[in-house]
Design a protein around this ligand. Sequence first.
Ligand code: NAD
Length: 488
Amino acid sequence: MSAESERALRDSLPTQLLIDGRWTDAASRATFPVYDPATGLAIAEIADASADDGIRALDAAVAAQDAWAATSPRERSDILRRAFDLVQQRREDLALVMTLEMGKPLAEARGEVAYGGEFLRWFSEEAVRIAGRYGLNPEGTGRVVVSQRPVGPCLFITPWNFPLAMATRKIAPALAAGCTVVIKPPELTPLTTLLFAQLLQDAGLPAGVVNVVTTTRSGELSAPIIADPRLRKLSFTGSTPVGKKLIAQAAEGVLRVSMELGGNAPFVVFGDADLDRAVDGAMAAKFRNIGQACTAANRFIVHTSIADEFARRITERVSAMTIGRGTDETVQIGPLIDQRAVAKADELVTDALDRGARLLTGGRAIAGPGTFYAPTVVADVAAGSAILREEIFGPVLAIATFEDEDEAVRLANDTEYGLVSYVFTQDLARGHRMIDRLETGMMGLNVGVVSNAAAPFGGVKQSGVGREGGLEGIHEFLSTKYTLIPVA
Ligand code: NAD
């Protein structure tokens, strides 16, 4: 990647708010910098919206709602399909922007373009298949007509770790259903959403259907929008504590909510597992996105009979990983998002070691520039260690052990989260038992990555409510209407 092509792309990116189809400054003209976490240097200066700007964006979404809901499903489908094609055409640019603002290696950023783009294609196909129901009531006196209507204007708040996919996973089904949108991207990685919004415009999306407001004051901007009676739906992806606050705010207007929150995924390896598969799965489930994924395996729960061999093989792989700026094609581990994330990883590792865990590799921050933490493996992690309770959100793999299936289930479910679980076993009956027994919204059985646009993504317990993707995803943006017609 040459410095010139990087600069040329940066200079071409939109940096303003998108309101009612026009790129505009914040009313106050305030701006804020976006940094490259691999260098610590600013890469862009973008509009810093106030609460008033947020309400202007909602005004535009409300004004566009009826006309957008009245478009034909085919028209909405065609726009989404064109957006999918444009995302493919601009694949390299989108990937580079993500690497620059978020830090993930380019190969992974390209993977996110493929995954994130797929929601546009999937929901372009779902837009024309929104079905209702027609039937006779049991008494034979009335015809029951069930139809689906768009929910109405939506507010989306997204996190920094998957800058494209977290936006497309919400925007695509909303547009397919006939809803308009205000999206507030994360302040740390707003550039990808801005570029994607430009592609939506290029795809022919009418003015006001998607509005983008970037800000450093998320809470100040979102609270008045959530309190506005014209808003119909709030969809949030981010941490559980912020999600709880937003659910409380949404309760006032009895808003529909979707919440994709934090995780603490168990990765259970039984003694009968195919170890090669388990190690490959572990590397993907732990180190994808530099460990900064809600689906990242957080607790490795490994049967005592194979724990040493598993740890040995993992350590061999982890200690060979290449670290650096993600623009270098050979890099596997980029920087963490900021200094706070480095301090958190360090704190969790230190606590585990203080409680008797063994450090097998890594275990230290890497001197700057940039916010890097060495990929780390700790084994024999004691019950009660903070690393088993909290989201690590970094490249740290923590191994604990179990003796029998009941203990594995108890340990796996011992968390307030329930997003995803990974299980490795070659015993089919045991695999099925684990599907039933684990408290989880998603499960990978002998695989370390489960995300797919055609599947319902989401959690149970404090990992959230609602599903994104799959057949279920569009229903988050539809409300059911029942009409009774008497039989004459
Ligand atoms: P975060 O909760 O700090 O921020 C998420 C978004 O909310 C950002 O846009 C932020 O600006 C905004 N925000 C923060 N405080 C707010 C407030 N008081 N009012 C309104 N908006 C506010 O989370 P993050 O650090 O950006 O992302 C990491 C978290 O996201 C992790 O917990 C991770 O597990 C979770 N996550 C979940 C999923 C999922 O699908 N379940 C996917 C990705 C990330």
